[in-house]
Design a binder for this molecule. Structure first.
Ligand code: ATP
Length: 453
């Protein structure tokens, strides 16, 4: 018998209720508050999967931490949840734990929803991390997950079409290259589905009071990003790079009664979903590429902005959609020849296949010019007239021709730097500019690394 056990599960919720993270708190309760080995994990997977409910989050926890070095990472109905980074000595009963975890999933999952297809694994060896990298970047099959689980000799439980086994396996397989944390608070059961009472001013002050937190409040749209809009049990969640300040950050937000809270380790804000673009992009994948603005930008009905970028010998259309808000204004200021790096999901839409921007880094800016007038005739000095669209100019007096109008250099209204979509439209996995700047001293595109583990 082993001294630790990994439990991974996914796909218990529907758009009408529940949240798979809540199931972690229930499993902890039903296993009678074991000491966890490390934090429980909230692992976001490919954000472009069409059958996801919301944020494509899968969950895992490891039991078997040492009670001697345990510290508090949460509280459920007044009882502390403890974790340690040291392994305990107590042997774990895999069969009993698998049965209890299965019962908890079965009791909690929204089984009546056709899109809820839970999967659960329990194992003492982590499945190969390469499975996580595939699940966070590509579309994978349930059969692949089952093969990986069998290799790890995992206990497997599946309900309905069993698709949740993909997320369950990836959540346990995740070997962090980068990590962030999120403290999630939950509502009392009798409040589920009712309007949330969370103080908006406190939410807006979080990034000031606790600078290591991120994506708390959207100043542009005045939207409180810590609180979901769905009828799920979550009250609010605060993300940050330093877990030790999250309990204080949580307490700084006045709200209705918090029934339970728990800190998760997460791949949120790590850009793990991003693949360096080298060949033809695939639908449902997210890419990083750098190159030069080729044509555009142009704005279409609805306020969406597009431009073409040349990278190597290829050209890709990049889109800044309306919901990215100020990112569009940055894109609108680009001109052909500017050097940019882009991050985004590759998808087919009404405008064809586009790379939908999550972030852009402006690497270099060419000189800007504004037209000051038609050219002056080199022979007689008169102002020339247009010879027709694309045909240049002609002097009416002496028929001399010229191609170029008169220009003067103009101020550039945008600076080099890294720009993200507005906070409320960010993907969970997308590394916000403020975090990227902190991580890489402002050189995100240069320092950007792909983790091909
Ligand atoms: P929430 O974020 O509210 O927990 P969700 O958005 O995670 O919900 P799920 O209901 O869990 O959505 O549905 C996502 C489904 O997609 C799960 O069954 C999961 O196993 C599966 N899945 C996750 N990643 C991939 C992938 N890369 N390829 C194929 N299926 C995937």
């Amino acid at each position: 018998m082993e001294t630790h056990l990994h439990i991974g599960f996914d796909d218990t919720d529907s758009a009408d209720g529940m949240c798979t993270t809540y199931a972690v708190t229930e499993i902890i309760r039903q296993l009678d508050f074991p000491v966890l080995l490390g934090y429980p994990r909230l692992v976001r997977l490919n954000p472009n999967i069409p059958w996801k409910t919301r944020g494509n989050g899968a969950l895992a926890l490891t039991i078997g931490g040492s009670a001697r070095t345990a510290f508090k990472i949460g509280e459920i109905s007044g009882k502390p949840v403890l974790a340690s980074f040291d392994e305990g000595e107590e042997k774990q009963n895999r069969r009993a734990i698998s049965e209890k975890a299965s019962a908890a999933i079965e009791a909690l999952a929204e089984m009546d929803d056709e899109n809820t297809n839970p999967g659960l694994i329990v194992c003492d060896t982590r499945p190969a991390p390469s499975f996580y990298w595939r699940a966070v970047r590509y579309v994978v099959d349930r059969e692949d997950a089952l093969d990986v689980c069998r290799e790890a000799d995992a206990f497997i439980a599946e309900w309905k079409n069993g698709r949740g086994i993909i997320g369950a396996t990836a959540a346990v397989a995740w070997l962090p290259a980068g990590r962030t944390y999120e403290v999630i608070t939950y509502r009392e059961r009798n409040r589920w589905g009712k309007t949330r009472n969370v103080n908006e001013e406190d939410a807006s002050m979080l990034s000031v009071r606790y600078p290591s937190t991120f994506n708390n409040y959207d100043n542009e749209t005045r939207h409180m990003c810590i609180s979901p809009a769905s009828p799920c049990p979550v009250l609010f969640g605060i993300r940050g790079s330093d877990p030790s300040i999250l309990p204080n950050a949580m307490q700084s937000v006045r709200s209705e009664l918090v029934d339970r809270w728990l800190i998760f380790e997460s791949n949120q804000g790590t850009d793990d979903h991003i693949i360096r673009l080298s060949q033809e992009p695939e639908q449902f994948c997210s890419y990083f590429a750098s190159g030069q603005v080729k044509t555009g930008p142009r704005t279409i009905t609805g306020g969406h902005v597009f431009f073409e970028m040349q990278y190597g010998t290829r050209i890709i259309t990049c889109a800044a959609f309306e919901e990215t808000k100020n990112l569009r204004n940055i894109v609108r200021k680009l001109v052909p020849g500017d050097g940019v790096a882009v991050w985004g999901a590759y998808k087919a839409g009404a405008e064809g296949k586009t790379l939908n921007l999550e972030k852009i880094q402006i690497l270099s800016l060419v000189k800007r010019f504004v037209k000051v007038g038609n050219p002056l005739c080199t022979r007689c000095g008169k102002s020339m007239k247009s010879a027709g669209r694309g045909l240049g100019y002609r002097c009416r007096a002496c028929r001399t021709t010229a191609q170029e109008a008169r220009f003067r250099e103009a101020d550039c209204t945008v600076s080099t730097g890294l720009y993200s979509a507005t906070t409320s439209s960010r993907r969970h996995l997308s590394m916000p500019a403020e975090l990227a700047v902190r991580c890489a001293a402002g050189k995100a595109a240069n320092n950007w690394q792909e983790n091909d583990n």
